[in-house]
Ligand binder design. Sequence first.
Ligand code: G6P
Ligand code: MG
Length: 215
Amino acid sequence: MSNKCAIFDLDGVLVDTARYHYLAWKELAEKLGFEFTIEHNEMLKGVSRMTSLDILLEVGNLKDAFTEEEKVKMATEKNNRYVEYISNIDESEILDGALSLLQELKQKGIKVALGSASKNAQIILKNVGIEEYFDVIVDGNSVSKAKPDPEVFTLGAETLGISYDECVVFEDSQAGLEAAKIAGMLAIGVGQEKDLTNADVVYSTLKDFDIERYF
Ligand code: G6P
Ligand code: MG
């Protein structure tokens, strides 16, 4: 196949940040007096910060307990904690197979884009040392619509002048895979097949991805 562009989600695909999101959300839940488990955390993958907070509050039966202003304050507090965690990360947090795939794509002359909902994407890429591989970075600061809206992927393709059907998206969330499909892009799931029913094909890690088959 002759796809021309690889678009990567960040959290859970390239870098193991999901556990830091989890730790920071869990601390907030504890302060509010309820338990937030790793299973609950699954629901937050690929979801924007404020929507994540809404889901968390629903878990704690506190859905309508706070004003918008209080919610912004809580989300900011969670983010400050999260930023503390990620300020110390390094290349050891890069997920299996991600670095070699980025290198191979570059060698083949394939364009590489980031398509992440995170407003912290730039600092994460910089801290783990993979910023240089990206031709375009689209993150939570550049888009207004959250996945499954495809904006975070289509904006990257448009910036690079590549048609959507020549793009391959790598995602670990159902919302992100759905976004890729809506855009008409090939949706590669990274994770467990049972969780990623929206994917065209699922690999348990990027290490198993067969680059020759798709690029
Ligand atoms: C990614 C993660 C989500 C997170 C979102 C926003 O999509 O999978 O869990 O809520 O980014 O991240 P941010 O760093 O802006 O709070
Ligand atoms: Mg993700």
